[in-house]
Design a protein around this ligand. Sequence first.
Ligand SMILES: *[C@@H]1O[C@H](CO)[C@@H](O)[C@H](O)[C@H]1NC(C)=O
Ligand SMILES: *[C@@H]1O[C@H](CO)[C@@H](O)[C@H](O)[C@H]1NC(C)=O
Ligand SMILES: *[C@@H]1O[C@H](CO)[C@@H](O)[C@H](O)[C@H]1NC(C)=O
Ligand SMILES: *[C@@H]1O[C@H](CO)[C@@H](O)[C@H](O)[C@H]1NC(C)=O
Length: 534
Amino acid sequence: MVTTMKPCEHLSVCVLLVLCMAAGSVRSGNVLVWYTEGSHWINLKPVLEMLVDRGHKVTVLLPNTSLYMSTSEPSRYRYEPFNISLTMDSFDEHLQGFLHFAIYETTHMSYLQIFTKLIEQITINIELQLQYLDGLLKSPSVMAKLQEARYDVLLADPIYVGSELVAEMLDIPLVFTLRFTAAHIMERLCGQLPAPPSFVPGPLIKLTDRMSFTERLSNFLFYASQDLLATFFWKNVDEYYTEYRGKPTSLCEMMGRVDIWLIRTYWDFEFPRPFIPNFKFVGGIHCRPAKPLPQEIEEFVQSSGEDGIVVFTLGAMIKNVTMERANVIASALAQVLWRYCGEKPETLGANTRIYNWIPQNDLLGHPKTKAFITHGGTNGIYEAIYHGVPMLGIPMFADQPDNMVHMEAKGAARVLHFNTMRSLDLLDALQAIINEPSYKESVMRLSSIHHDRPLSPLHEAVFWIEFTMRNKGARHLRVQAHNLTWYQYHCLDVLLLLLAIVLLLVLLLVKSCGFCVRRCCRRTRNMEKKSKAE
Ligand SMILES: *[C@@H]1O[C@H](CO)[C@@H](O)[C@H](O)[C@H]1NC(C)=O
Ligand SMILES: *[C@@H]1O[C@H](CO)[C@@H](O)[C@H](O)[C@H]1NC(C)=O
Ligand SMILES: *[C@@H]1O[C@H](CO)[C@@H](O)[C@H](O)[C@H]1NC(C)=O
Ligand SMILES: *[C@@H]1O[C@H](CO)[C@@H](O)[C@H](O)[C@H]1NC(C)=O
């Protein structure tokens, strides 16, 4: 049969063969995964699962003090445990203290109080991070195991520092996966991601890409102040790195060696912005088509008839809210599935069900779901975009208010303030997003943007991790900006030279004009003198 093939068919056979061979050489890489926590861990898991599916060996560094990561749950990756001196209680205490401050206390505090408290919290947090790093670096047995295992790549979420140091020690490429850092500080300062303050609003600042003069001013000052703060906060880390390596080293300089940055957002959520070739935007990694619901929940959903249901969750970190707030919420809701583990509010309606856990993705993908009341975490927002469900945001802390500003600006959400909203506000807003078609249309537009790309976000993330393994890094994508000083980067030295030349020319011009004028004057004076003498 082969002999009867036309040349072009031969060609297509060849191309197919080559492709298969290229895919084959990806097989069985050895991936090391940095420890992380909370939603960051949840976000990493689908990537690890797919890496295992594709035949790679995945090893996860696991501290013995971790709220979310644990060897007890069944998984197909290997854990590399290490011990840290911190107890679980002190870690949980720190976390709960921070959450309480972020959600309830800030409303009663002045800006100065918030600021000092925040500085205190971040300082503690960095100390914690260094304790984790200590547990790893100061354990000769664990470090020896890491050296022996010959990993091909280290995959890390920079929420915990230190991966860049370990990647360098093991001499392996490093891939970062993150949603963002405060004011894009690591991305901008260490990754060289450009962020002109005139049209790229800093995260957390609750601005859109259309800024008035005063908004641009605050965005500019926001970036500048965060840069100052970061150098202050990172001093301890810099000292730690310097001591460990025995030569002057900064965190940022070490982060400059990151091969690929996988950012967990996409243009359905972000405002368009400039980026450089080793930044890949893979928002929506965890989204999946909806699976059938458990029978009991399905029956409840079906009992809503034509009206449909509303899904409500305040996220994994918020276990309970004050009874007063819970009552405000409960009395406003009609047919609602609420994920909540606090005490049952007195005003809970017969049509509201409370669950400790809900299959959120499957519920959002259910045809009867009309709206999603969310705290504004990126994961929930992405599931809502994926399934095209309009959102009502009740943001609590961290990036949540800013996330909801994005969704509101794109017309897919309404936003309420948790501490001040009344039952009536909640009801009004809910009715608006269900009954006004613009919300559904906007979120459907975002949904179609989300789905319309050459590779799914999960496949794209895995592709770049495999790419990094195949090519032993991605140095060819590293911009030369890393090797420039700040004045070279902004061409200030060039401007200075040009300015000097212009000044020199102006000076020459002025001097020569002066000279001409003086000569002219002298001649006229001489002529006058001459005519007088005559
Ligand atoms: C961690 O500590 C436990 C005892 O608390 C010990 O059995 C184990 O070997 C330690 N693991 C490492 C990696 O040092
Ligand atoms: C982790 O291991 C260290 C050393 O073995 C121990 O002091 C610490 O209490 C352990 N932490 C937890 C949460 O078990
Ligand atoms: C949440 O529950 C814990 C214990 O179950 C309690 O100590 C805490 O005060 C509650 N928080 C709020 C805001 O009610
Ligand atoms: C840029 O700096 C890095 C280290 O910071 C160095 O390894 C590299 O050789 C430099 N590249 C150039 C072209 O100077």
